[in-house]
Design a protein around this ligand. Structure first.
Ligand code: ZN
Ligand code: ZN
Ligand code: ZN
Length: 102
């Protein structure tokens, strides 16, 4: 249950680091969806994307919570507890326009 995720309390207001996945933009790769790190603002590609940079970011940094970021749907995901979080009005506004490949 989401109630058991202690990381939700640590979610921060962040500024998205890039218009799309930081690493994919550098390498010219594509993504399917984006995930926004709610600890540092890193924007990464989702697990349906070829490079899965959001998950790699979690493994590299331990930042536990990402937000679905295209468009903001006000849900988060805790990698550690593997639970969906309802962000309500704490969703992050998009910097936009976000590049799309699908
Ligand atoms: Zn958690
Ligand atoms: Zn982060
Ligand atoms: Zn990526």
């Amino acid at each position: 249950m989401a109630d058991e995720c202690l990381h939700a309390a640590g979610i921060r207001e962040v500024v998205p680091s890039a218009l799309g996945c930081e690493e994919c933009l550098k390498t010219g790769s594509m993504w399917v969806h984006l995930r926004l790190c709610r600890t540092c603002g890193h924007v990464g590609s989702c697990d349906a994307s070829p490079n899965r940079h959001a998950t790699k970011h979690f493994h590299a940094t331990g930042h536990p919570v990402v937000e679905g970021y295209d468009p903001p749907e006000a849900w988060g995901w805790c990698y550690i507890d593997e639970v969906v979080l309802d962000l309500g009005d704490r969703a992050t506004a998009q910097n936009g326009p976000i590049p799309r490949y699908y």
